[in-house]
Design a protein around this ligand. Structure first.
Ligand SMILES: Cc1ncc(COP(=O)(O)O)c(C=O)c1O
Length: 483
């Protein structure tokens, strides 16, 4: 048995050894190292094609890891402070779904904020668990939803003592954290699992003075987007579990839906990124925070924009704030976030993470330099000068309190009929509607389609949001449940 440390990357090393051997390939993938398509091979690079292999004994198997993948997962669990880690090649979507499906069965209740990512509600469609939603706090000026109030979590627990789990966002897309430790304490006192969507919190595990991590707070499972703020390849993600969770059962659940041909490019990227963050994470995120703080200060000096931070902390629905997030309120200059997002890309060649109806989010990472930050600041200055207009009449909130009538699974699989949006008002939706990103449903299957929701959809479409979720790709029609 080899003794590894965080300086090692066992899966990366096994792959290096394997490609050096130039093994003759009579297995899949059929491109055989990219020999089938010269043009594509030259486009992505020969090395990428060579490294795109399938599982074999020397490289282990993600569905049943016993050697180098297992070792890499042990190192990841140690680095994140988890009891077990599972490499995911189905994004954090797969990790969120695995958390829910490992702890809840059909008919079981799960307490969750309604501003969850679509992956969480989709998991309910798949497994038939029943949501008990908590309306998140909201910030009326910014129009964004916040974290969960611990008072409301406590009430939901008391009202639903049979709930199996509580799901928490740590942090939200905008950088808002709930009081995770208190929620874990309350949940465990009532024998409920705590599942944490940490899609946007990978850096909490490696930076200094960051909000508390799910594992440090004693949560039972956490889904972490290594590919978002960690730096691994898109789609690679990590699931963590604590000691109360049966890891072998989690693996079985993951294998219900995850591919049997896991990408070695993605898995090795997780191994390499874990090593990089374990060795250099403190420095990487120190620099990230420094750049984000500088950008915030300069953007707030422009006037009209509001780049928010710790001042939002209120001890409850904003228990902490992730200062690496450069979230900026834009509505006071008469522009929606999505408009600023589009202008930045089309006119200034700057791609930011997302824009909603009143805010934008720029992801800052150690890959950024002062130069890029200055470009963003000066583009925002110019956008204000050239495009600012009267903000009156703008839609001023992202979160609409849902009217839940049916569980998501019942509604999604019900007999449905398609209606023109306006004619669907008052009926129960059989579809989901969300702007992507951030991918938080404004309407979920089983909820009443209200006039406010239809207005939101029309407004968001007019402003250029990418709306997804309905069967009708143009979102002119929506499926409603036939009662
Ligand atoms: C809060 C949250 N959870 C889960 C996910 C799913 O992550 P992935 O895109 O890796 O599947 C996202 C993606 O944006 C997210 O924002």
């Amino acid at each position: 048995m080899v003794e590894y440390t965080q300086h090692d990357a066992p899966l990366v090393d096994a792959m290096k050894k394997h490609i050096k051997k130039r093994t003759v390939r009579f297995d899949v993938p059929g491109h055989k190292g990219g020999r089938n398509d010269k043009e594509y091979r030259e486009f992505v690079g020969e090395k990428v094609m060579t490294l795109d292999v399938n599982s074999m004994k020397p490289l282990d198997n993600l569905a049943h890891p016993t050697s180098v993948i297992k070792d890499a997962q042990v190192l990841a669990a140690q680095a994140f402070g988890g009891h077990e880690s599972y490499f995911m090649v189905s994004g954090t979507t797969g990790a969120v779904q695995a958390m829910i499906m490992s702890t809840c069965k059909a008919g079981d209740k799960i307490i969750m904020p309604r501003n969850v990512h679509r992956s969480a509600i989709n998991a309910l469609v798949i497994c038939g668990a029943i949501p008990v939603y908590i309306n998140p706090g909201t910030n009326d000026r910014l129009g964004i939803s916040l974290g969960m109030s611990t008072k409301e979590v406590k009430q939901a627990i008391l009202d639903n003592p049979d709930a199996k789990a509580i799901l928490v966002n740590n942090p939200t897309y905008y950088g808002i954290c709930s009081h995770l430790e208190e929620i874990v304490k309350l949940a465990h006192e009532h024998d409920m699992y705590v599942l944490v969507d940490e899609a946007h919190g990978c850096h909490f595990y490696f930076g200094e003075n960051m909000p508390i991590t799910a594992m440090a707070a004693g949560a039972d499972m956490a889904a972490i987007s290594m590919h978002k703020t960690g730096g691994s390849l898109t789609q690679s993600s990590i699931l963590l579990s604590g000691e109360r969770i049966n890891a072998d059962y989690v693996r079985q659940v993951i294998n219900l839906t995850q591919t049997t041909s896991a990408s070695y490019l993605l898995m090795s990227s997780l191994d390499a990124t874990r090593k990089n963050l374990a060795l250099h994470g403190k420095e990487i995120y120190r620099k990230t925070v420094e750049l984000a703080e500088y950008a915030r200060e300069e953007i707030n000096k422009i006037g009209g924009y509001y780049a928010y931070s710790h001042e939002l902390v209120n001890g409850d629905t904003v228990y902490n704030f992730d200062t690496t997030k450069l979230s900026i309120y834009t509505r006071d200059i008469g522009l929606t976030g999505i408009e600023v997002y589009d202008i930045l890309r089309d006119e200034y060649n700057i791609q930011i993470e997302f824009g909603d109806l009143g805010n934008i989010l720029a992801i800052i990472s150690a890959g950024d330099r002062g130069l890029e930050i200055e470009r963003l600041i000066s583009a925002l200055k110019e956008i204000k000068r050239l495009y600012a207009k009267d903000p009156s009449g703008m839609f001023d909130h992202e979160y609409i309190v849902p009217k839940v009538v049916l569980p998501p699974q019942t509604a999604f699989y019900a007999k449905k009929k398609s209606y023109v949006l306006d004619e669907a008002i008052g009926k129960i939706s059989g579809d989901f509607v969300m702007a992507y990103p951030p991918g938080i449903p404004v309407l979920a299957a089983g909820e009443e389609i209200t006039e406010e929701i239809v207005q939101y959809i029309r407004y968001a479409k007019e402003k250029g949001c990418l709306l997804t979720g309905t069967e009708d790709m143009n979102m002119e029609h929506i499926n409603v449940v036939e009662m």
